[in-house]
Design a protein around this ligand. Structure first.
Ligand code: 13P
Length: 287
């Protein structure tokens, strides 16, 4: 039987009300952790790379690794380029074999964002690549932040803009700004998710799958409510970076110098976070 693609999984997720996790990875330990978690829970999964992560890996290198895992194990693990900001960079990822890309035109005004996204849609469709668009600005960065970013009204996705963008661009999924931000505030000040806005966005975009970025630090109940309202993909990075780094500090403190002896502790720490998120997202046994 042929394996389902991302589009089929999003359709199934929307119908059955669960979401796929996109887990960003910087290194092999992160990738092993995500793959082991997904396999052990029989959950389809997306691996993401930000611009920094992608250049650390090399786009071709990570693309070959993930595509290898998918083929070798016949497992639904998909690679997505996270927040590609230029056509050239997105093209490079597509040409390197990424099956999915996210174009972030959120710094542009809506008209320019639509025009640029359309240009990329033409290229991605020709190559059979899945394209995520973005309307509204998702602030912050995947780190422990001194202070949560101040989200202004104009940063949030307006439902009518989302509707127009989806009609005009024909993207395959849409990232929205509904109070979510990248990173976690030091004092635990988390995002305030505007579920009413999410509901209105969903009403204007119909069956277009919605994506929630900045998943770290969002309370479980909000994640679950967002899934009920049509979110089918949730991105997680900061909590994985944090788990890896804390475990690494602890692991090297013993004085051990053989990486293969101390790195498994970092894999376990990241895997634990990924498994928790997969449980919350409800994607267990959905292969
Ligand atoms: P967090 O770092 O807040 O989990 O966000 C990740 C993300 O949205 C990647 O696009």
């Amino acid at each position: 039987m042929p394996m389902r693609g991302l589009k089929d999984y999003f359709k199934k997720a929307e119908k059955e009300k669960w979401a796929m996790g996109q887990f960003n990875v910087s290194n092999l330990e992160g990738l092993k952790a995500v793959f082991q978690a997904a396999r052990s829970l029989k959950s389809p999964v997306i691996v993401g790379t930000s611009e920094g992560e992608g250049s650390y890996w090399g786009l071709k290198e990570i693309s070959h690794l993930v595509n290898f895992l998918s083929k070798e194990y016949r497992f639904p693990i998909f690679l997505n380029l996270d927040h590609g900001k230029t056509f050239d960079y997105i093209k490079e990822a597509i040409d390197a074999g990424y099956p999915a890309v996210h174009f972030d035109g959120s710094r542009m005004d809506l008209k320019e964002n639509i025009n640029k996204t359309r240009e990329i849609v033409r290229y991605s469709e020709k190559k059979g690549v899945f394209l995520e668009g973005e309307v509204g600005s998702i602030l912050g960065s995947s780190a422990i932040l001194d202070k949560a970013p101040q989200i202004r009204a104009e940063d949030l996705t307006r439902p009518e803009d989302a509707g127009l963008f989806s009609q005009e661009t024909k993207v395959k999924s849409l990232a929205v700004s509904i109070g979510n931000f990248h990173g976690v505030g030091k004092s635990g000040d988390g995002p305030k998710i505007d579920l009413q806005r999410l509901k209105e966005i969903k009403e204007t975009v119909g069956n277009l799958p919605l994506v929630l970025h900045g998943g770290s630090g969002i309370p479980e109940d909000d994640l679950k409510s967002a899934i009920q309202l049509g979110v089918v993909k949730i991105n997680i990075n900061t909590e994985l970076r944090s788990a890896f780094t804390l475990a690494l500090r602890e692991a090297v403190s013993s004085g051990e110098i053989a990486p293969y002896k101390y790195l498994p502790e970092t894999i376990q720490a990241v895997q634990k976070v990924v498994e928790e998120k997969i449980r919350i997202f409800g994607s267990i046994n959905k292969i």
